[in-house]
Ligand binder design. Structure first.
Ligand code: ZN
Length: 131
């Protein structure tokens, strides 16, 4: 046995343990995906509006504005899209928007972890190289 392969065999168990840990964490996080409910990109806004009539109290008093009116706002292809929501729909979309943020956080973590695991796997594969 050459000196090089001895030092490689010392490295491998630690690398494998670390890979195992990352894999466990990946599986754990991936289970979180199943907890995600219906999701929707965007933010639900609550607005009070002026009606535009000069005689109406809303014209001079901000507390007399009409509403609330709800809308879902999100960006698609760099453009902001606003969708009017009924008062009944607003909480549903608000919850869905929260789920979307949760999903994105989870995906980002899974992405980082995947890259770490891939790096480890590549190293292990490289250490198996017969040369
Ligand atoms: Zn008004």
């Amino acid at each position: 046995m050459s000196r090089v392969s001895v030092s490689k065999s010392k490295v491998r168990p630690a690398a494998r343990a670390s890979l195992e840990r990352h894999t466990q964490r990946f599986l754990e996080l991936r289970r979180g995906l199943e907890q995600i409910d219906y999701f929707c990109k965007g933010t639900v806004l609550k607005r009070m509006m002026k009606c535009g009539k000069a005689q109406c109290a809303c014209a001079s008093d901000a507390t007399k504005r009409h509403g609330p009116y709800f809308e879902l706002t999100y960006k698609t292809n760099g453009k902001t899209v606003n969708v009017k929501l009924s008062p009944e729909a607003a909480p549903l979309y608000r919850a869905a928007a929260q789920q979307y943020r949760k999903l994105k956080t989870l995906l980002n973590r899974l992405d980082k972890l995947s890259k770490t695991i891939l790096r480890h796997q590549a190293k292990l594969a490289e250490s198996m190289r017969q040369d």
